[in-house]
Design a protein around this ligand. Structure first.
Ligand code: PNW
Length: 468
């Protein structure tokens, strides 16, 4: 299926942005430093049985202390851009009220170091670390959280907006809502489909309100980052030209509505798909969607950020167990895929990324696209000071060829950010899943460039892939 089959040379457009991404709770550690208070992820990871191995983000990569060395690594790799997230509980430890200047100081120092190194900062305001006090007040299922988020966004922009031009409001609101409040696999671990649907709406409202605040402050590029995937049937995995059978088309459409259109239609068109509203009506009702909300949510933005790992493969038929992450999808079956997998068990299907990018370019031509995450976990081993992570290099090579194909087909893809710069705290999987192109020895905090990082440096240098 091509993950490791190198083909012809692939040159990327001039000005294409090459970079890497991380997120605050996954790398920073220093959870009690400079006035930070707990987030929902501190509480969740501190609860036995929630995270593999009982791992927490207490120490992680200690990036809070090693950020200057980490920027040197980025510089050594030749990155153009670095996508990081700001920890709300550092900036407003209780989620509301006066800002904590020492928390903002950290990001200010980081941004200065990046700019000194000629690396463009891409700041994400929310990558899942909600202040615990806001969860205690009801969390994202409560409307007030959206307003608290906009206040926080304004405060961060006031401090960093003179130097940061690229802003993302939310990372993957689907995951926040449906894994956090739906199936409970992520913090805060609630299992209530109606609460998850309310959370999704309030996340979108928070996106709209924060976008207004960022725009008023003069932000140049505003991005909404989503976890996206082409939703396809098993037959389409190997044969992109195949269409779903009429029986499966309904299942495909349902999952695409929940994953993609639930977010992009309100954000870019100011309306919810009718089918989504039916699901909400049957799961708690529509009362939380108020007049004017869709106008607030529908703010002009420059780009959609795409986090892609694998396709979503479904067919019609009773699901083995109704999955609380997909309300209203009791008649959908999620299918195993006949393809090699990563250490996460996620199938490697690079053509899914071209398919996704071309579809987004067709359906939402008014925005630019940027791949804000793509990468893979493998069971890396250090041998004589090297990590020969050929699986990861093959994954990245295959997916970059898919991005190139989408650009050739006319999609306006402006950049590509590898997930992740560093091995880090992989949420419910803890530290056992390594996504970095840089290896981290968590006992010593030593960083080591994996072979994939050395390969990526060459890709950036030549602005493309060589053929064989
Ligand atoms: C994304 N799912 O998470 C996140 O943005 C990253 O923080 C994370 O480390 C990366 O992908 C790798 O997992 C996801 O189960 C986690 O559908 C889980 C899912 C999707 C995205």
């Amino acid at each position: 299926r091509g993950a490791s089959i190198t083909q012809g040379r692939a040159d990327f457009p001039t000005g294409f942005v090459w970079g890497a991404a991380t997120a605050s709770y996954q790398i920073e550690g220093a959870v009690k430093e400079d006035g930070r208070q707990p987030s929902i992820w501190d509480t969740f990871s501190g609860t036995p049985g929630k995270v593999a191995g009982g791992d927490t983000g207490d120490v992680a990569c200690e990036h809070y202390f090693h950020y200057a060395d980490d920027v040197r690594l980025m510089s050594d790799l030749g990155l153009h851009a670095y996508r990081f997230s700001v920890a709300w509980p550092r900036v407003q430890p209780d989620g509301t009220g006066p800002v904590n200047p020492r928390g903002l100081d950290f990001y200010s120092r980081l941004v200065d170091k990046l700019l000194e190194a000629g690396i463009t900062p891409y700041a994400t305001l929310y990558h899942w670390d909600l202040p615990q006090s806001l969860e205690d007040a009801g969390g994202w299922p409560e409307r007030d959280t959206a307003h608290r988020f906009a206040d926080y966004a304004r405060a961060v922009h006031e401090r960093l907006g003179d130097r940061v031009r690229h802003w993302t409001t939310l990372n993957e609101p689907w995951v926040s809502a449906f894994l956090g409040y739906g199936n409970g696999v992520h913090a805060p671990g609630r299992k209530d489909p109606a609460a998850a649907l309310r959370a999704a709406h309030h996340l979108l409202l928070g996106h709209g309100l924060a976008t207004q605040a960022l725009r008023a402050g003069g932000a140049e590029e505003i991005t909404l980052v989503l976890n996206l995937a082409p939703v396809i049937t098993p037959a389409q995995v190997g044969d992109p030209a195949a269409g779903p059978s009429p029986a499966d088309a309904e299942a495909v459409n349902r999952i695409d509505t929940l994953l993609t259109r639930q977010f992009l239609d309100p954000a870019l068109r100011g309306r919810y798909p009718a089918e989504l509203l039916e699901i909400v009506e049957r799961n708690g009702g529509l009362a939380h969607i108020r007049d004017g909300d869709l106008t607030t949510i529908n703010q002009p933005i420059e780009t959609i950020g795409i986090n892609y790992y694998n396709p979503c493969v479904v067919e019609s038929g009773p699901g083995e167990a109704a999955d609380a992450a997909w309300p209203g999808s009791e008649d959908v079956r999620f299918c195993a895929v006949d393809a090699p997998v990563t250490a996460m068990g996620w199938p490697i299907v690079p053509n899914g990324l071209s398919r996704l990018l071309v579809r987004l370019a067709d359906d939402y031509p008014e925005v630019g696209l940027i791949v804000t995450e793509n990468g893979a976990a493998f069971d890396d081993v250090v041998e004589d000071g090297r990590v020969h992570d050929t699986g990861r290099t093959g994954y990245l090579d295959g997916h970059l060829r898919a991005v190139h194909a989408a650009i050739a087909a006319g999609a306006d893809v402006r950049g590509y950010l590898v997930w992740s710069l560093l091995d880090n705290f992989e949420w419910a999987e803890g530290y056992r899943r390594r996504f970095g192109i840089v290896h981290v020895d968590f006992a010593t905090q030593r960083r080591l460039l994996k072979d994939s990082a050395l390969w990526y440096r060459e890709v950036i240098k030549r602005n493309g892939l060589r053929g064989n």
